[in-house]
Design a protein around this ligand. Structure first.
Ligand code: CA
Length: 374
């Protein structure tokens, strides 16, 4: 941008040798240079990005949330940032999202960090671990307790930038066609239970089975599996599990609140003007609160529907069963962190925060919940 002295500037304007657009650009340049953000205003370059997700097309809350994220960013940036959302399988298979964004074939992705645990063992702690922190505690650790810095350090190794993008809230323990009265009842139990929860189930004598979401209804109906976990009443109702299972168990000890994520190709993300980065962070935070609220609202509604429309019995896992599953969980986590120094570093931060959060919640939330009734 050509700079003019005050005298030359006004003279040029009076004589018509400097046009009005040049005057405006010059004013904006000087004004914004003083504010330190000249390129952002002058450069209205538009960005057309692809976001590849791990969610099925039109999946309530999760795929829905990614579309809201893109819509809000477009609105806030007045069209400067235009993100096209591709559900799992539309551009690449769901679990290819991480590597697709690493390669730069798409700029952004959405998932849950534990999907990448095979490649990135520490990622587990940024999503959910059995008997771990709930949504409120995870938000606190990630946003205000050092978790995000560790997450950024973790993903930087893979050329990615993570942003917290939602939480499911506490999930249900799953649908069973077998009563769970003691640990013995896990013997030989064929259950769909991914991740660390599956490893804990195996220690308890069960047989974790990997089945895609689309195969769960038929699997449970035909007895290929005896039980399955999914999410909570809203999504579980839509899967129809209440029509074919006898018992719906609580709590979701394996997923007390699962953090969802956006991840960006770091090279592409770093090229964005600062205001677009801030807009994306604001949209993700808005989504975080929207998602937790939507889960809370819909789960309450659909729990009522399940109870009204089916014969399913709501059960709670016995305390001694949960106590033993906690012991197995500690073993599984120790095995995980012994193999991976970075996972150990993340776990130490996670667990130190968790202990303080649990001590606080014992006095407050837990005590309050114990005091109330429907
Ligand atoms: Ca689940």
């Amino acid at each position: 941008m050509k700079k003019f002295s005050r005298k030359t500037f006004f003279k040029g304007l009076a004589l018509g040798t400097i046009s009005l657009p040049v005057v405006l650009r010059s004013c904006m340049s000087q004004n914004n240079a003083q504010n330190g953000n000249a390129p952002n205003i002058i450069n209205r370059k538009t960005y057309k990005w692809k976001l590849v997700t791990t969610w099925p097309p039109n999946f309530p809350v999760l795929d829905e949330g990614c579309k809201l994220f893109a819509k809000w960013i477009k609105e806030m940036s007045e069209g400067q940032m235009d993100i096209a959302v591709y559900a799992g399988g539309e551009l690449v298979p769901p679990l290819e999202a991480f590597n697709t964004v690493r390669s730069g074939a798409a700029e952004a992705g959405s998932g849950a960090a534990y999907y990448w645990a095979g490649m990135v063992p520490a990622a587990q702690f940024f999503a959910s671990v059995p008997f771990g922190m709930n949504a409120q505690q995870l938000n606190a650790w990630i946003l205000c307790g050092g978790g995000l810095e560790l997450w950024e350090e973790c993903y930087a190794e893979y050329g990615l930038v993570p942003i917290l993008g939602g939480n499911t809230g506490v999930q249900m323990g799953g649908w069973f066609n077998r009563e769970i009265n003691s640990l013995e009842d896990f013997q030989g139990l064929k259950m769909r239970m991914p991740g660390l929860g599956g490893k804990v189930l195996k220690k308890a004598g069960g047989a974790p089975v990997l089945l895609a979401g689309s195969e769960l209804y038929t699997g449970l109906e035909r007895g290929i599996i005896d039980a399955t976990e999914w999410i909570g009443p809203y999504h579980d109702y839509k899967m129809g599990f209440h029509q074919i299972a006898k018992y719906y168990y609580s709590p979701g000890w394996h997923e007390a609140g699962t953090t969802l994520e956006f991840f960006f190709n770091k090279k592409k993300f770093d090229t964005l003007p600062n205001h677009l980065k801030v807009i994306m962070q604001c949209a993700a935070q808005r989504l975080n609160i929207w998602m937790l609220s939507e889960f809370e609202a819909q789960n309450g509604l659909y729990l009522e529907k399940i109870l009204a429309e089916s014969e399913v019995e709501i059960r709670k896992f016995p305390d001694e069963v949960l106590a033993q599953l906690r012991i197995y969980t500690d073993e599984v986590i120790q095995e995980l962190i012994n193999k991976d120094p970075f996972a150990k570093k993340v776990y130490e931060s996670y667990n130190s925060f968790r202990k303080k959060a649990v001590a606080w919640s014992e006095l407050t939330e837990k005590s309050f919940y114990n005091s109330i009734q429907i």
